[in-house]
Every structure is written in C-alpha cells, then in structure tokens.
Design a binder for this molecule. Sequence first.
Ligand SMILES: [Zn+2]
Length: 452
Amino acid sequence: MHPIELVIRGGRVVTEHGIGPASVHITRSYISSISIYEDVPDGAELIEAFDSIVMPGLVDTHVHVNEPGRTEWEGFETATRAAAAGGVTTIVDMPLNSIPATTTLAGLKAKLEAARDKLHVDVAFWGGVVPGNTAELAKLWDGGVVGFKCFLIHSGVEEFSNVTENDLREAMPELARLGALLIVHAEVPGPVETCCQSVTGSPSRSYQTFLDSRPREAENEAIALMIRLCRETGCRVHIVHHSSADALSMLRDAKKSALPITAETCPHYLHFAAEDIADGATEFKCCPPIRERKNRESLWDALKDGTIDFVVSDHSPCPPDMKLREQGNFVNAWGGISSLQLRLPIMWTDASARGCTIEDLTKWLCREPALQVGLHNLKGAIRDGYDADIVIWNPDGEFKVEPRALHHRHKLSPYNGEVLRGVVEKTFVRGQMVYDDGEFFGPSGRIVLRQR
Ligand SMILES: [Zn+2]
C-alpha cells in the first residue's frame, strides 16, 4: 500500500452516488478511495474546497490545437494552459489544421513529437479519414489515436480533403473491422453550393447572408447519409458539432433502433442565437452556423432527452486577422470559435437557468466525452482507481469575460464581455495541481494513447 499523499475534501463532491460531503484520497496520481469528510490520514496534504464544487476534470474531445504547422493559430502550450484554467483535464486534438494532418502514422508521430514537454493537461489524438488513406487507418489505430474524423464538405484547409459516399464505403468497413469510431463533420456540399449561389450579391457583413449560405438541409442530408452508412457497415458513427434542429428526429429514431450513433453539440449553439448576432461580428462565424433562437431551444431539449449525448467546445482559433473583423466580412472570414477555457461557465450559466443540475453538467462535460474516446475507465468521474483529474469551482461566482484573462493564443472570442456564472478555482491533473486562481504549475500533462 502506498501512502495517501493528497486529500481533496469539500461539502459538495460529485461522485456516482450524488453530491455531498466527502474526502477524495489521492495516491500517486490516482484516486485511491472516497471517504467520509472527516477522514484525513496523517501526513497527507489537505486541499479544502469548502462550499465549492469538487467535480471530475472536464474532458473536451473536440479541440483544434493546430501544432505543428499552424502553431501561430494555436499550440499545445497555449491550448492546454487555457484548458487548465477552464477546469479541463483532458483534451482530444483534431487531426486537421496542423501540418502534416494526422492522416498517416508519420503525421501522428509529428504530433507526438510536437506535443512533448508542453502539456498542462492530458492530450489524446484523433486520426483522420481522407480519400485514399484506408491503408493507414490500422496503423494510426495501433499508433494510439482514439478514433477517426472525416469531413463531408470542404474542411477549410487544402491538406485535409473531404470524403464522398464512395470513400466512406471503403473506409467504414475497415473502421468497423478495427472497432474504431468515425466522427463526422456532417454537412454535404450540394445544398451549400446552391445556397451560396443564391446569396451572391447579398451584403457580406450581414449574419443572415452567412446563415442563408449554410442551410439546415446540408446537415439534414448528411445525417441521413451517415445513419444509412452506419446501418449498412456497422461502423460506429458520431456527429460532431450538431446544429440543425430539423435532423434531431432522425437521430432520435436511429438511437431508438439501437444503431451505434451518437452526437455532440457545442456551447455556442446552446448559448447564442442568430437573431442577436450583429452585422460584421465575424467572431461568431463557425460551420455549421449558430442558428435561430427556436433552433437553440430544440437543441437544449435534445440534450436533456439524450438525443445529443454531450457538449464539447470545438475550439477552433485562427490569427485574428483571418477573422476579417475590420471588414466584418462573413463570407471570407475563417469559421471557428474559441472557447476551450469557457465551456464550464457557459454551460453552467445556461444549464442552471434552465433548471439543469450539476450532475447533468458532469454527464455532458466529463463522463460522456470520456466514454466517446474509450477513456471512461480512467477519466470523467471521481471514483476509486480513476486518474485524480479534478476541478474545484464556485457555482455562485460570476465574472465578465475579459480577453486578457483568456489563455488561448488569440483572445478574439464571441464571449468577450459576457457575464458568466461559475468560477474555476483549482485544477488537478493526475493529482498534480496545474492551476490555482490564475497561477499555473505545469507542464505536467501527458500524452494519452488509446486504451487497449
Ligand atoms: Zn472542429
């Protein structure tokens, strides 16, 4: 038996049995037991959370780090620092926007090399499915990626091509054979091309122009296609950043028929509404787009009834000049929203206003994302034997989002100026305090390869 080195205790500790007083005993990076509040062994360091929430560290399975190759957009050091400040203890890096893309084993090795010694939190990796790389998929899987991403529409960068139905008919049986998950940017090009033509000449500063150019039909058709291919190939499918409320009934039915399909949405689709976005405010541009208020409320209903499984950031930054904020040009601006650091307070602000609980939050931000990437036996819960990944936060505290308090490489974010509820106080990764009230103690994050 190794001695208990650290005890984190408080009146509101979130475990599988609910929320209540407890002491979390930590031995050499993992949780060795959860005991009564009074039980603090001699010699152990004690962290008192008082009335703040002691919750599993957040897992964010949708983060674009962009290093190597586009480190000026975002890098491992800055992204994981922002994560630590946001109570996020594990991120999963997307396979595109970095150069090389993670579509070959060599690309994965370049990522692992670039990430070394820079991590404030734990990082896992997605591989990519692009036309013609089916032979690389098993190598990437054995190399430790947690699953694979593809795009059904232009990805925004040249080195990560989108796939067609024919490409998927080649790749999905191979992924099914491996038992690997396919995550899909679910918009098809047809409806977008048609709508882009019809908005030609409309004012490029108008949010409505952009919204009209990315219609719900593009998502709806993509979801129908992926449900069909999921059924035919047996490949597990996950829909990333879901936005169209019209497609929810298809997802609901597919889940009812026990197809292996899941979906996520993002804080921006649950927080903002198209009606409120000012002309020229390109920091709100992302694909698929933020839609109308009514659409947003349907997404909330779907999250509550389990049609949407969880909420991740889709943190996708770029240098501020690429957002074309001066011109306010929605047509040509880079699409992507920065919010890695803010997911917990955004979600708590909106979830608490809708009567949702901290247990709901734990499910959507910790447990279900960990399950998606097969890390659910290590992360996403405060439980015996799990990694001691913990966030302590005050659910009653409020703060105004200030660009200078964001640790992302670039500070442009549609949340700037918003007043949010829920203040992250301390973050622990495998028992190491990595963040405490504005101070960082890393880098002590690690690379996490797929659990076999
Ligand atoms: Zn993304």
